[in-house]
Design a protein. Sequence first.
Length: 95
Amino acid sequence: MIRKANRACAEKWLTKADHDLVMANRALMLPDALTDMTCFHAQQAIEKALKGILTLHGIVFDKTHSLKPLLDLAKKRLPKLNIKPLALAAFSSYG
């Protein structure tokens, strides 16, 4: 059962993730595309989305910017979550 407080907090994480995606897209669209900032904001969006998923399901996580531990926690509770660790590896150095 998802608690109302978890949902509200998860929505905040997901809103922040969405804002990071907006920033990633804007950085990419600049004439001299800022690919480092695009990757940074993409990493931040993934991190915040994972934290939103964890929060929604009441899963406690340590303070981290590393994507793999967050994904590992999420997959324990949600085994059908279809995110490949290798796909996240490319963003790990930007967190």
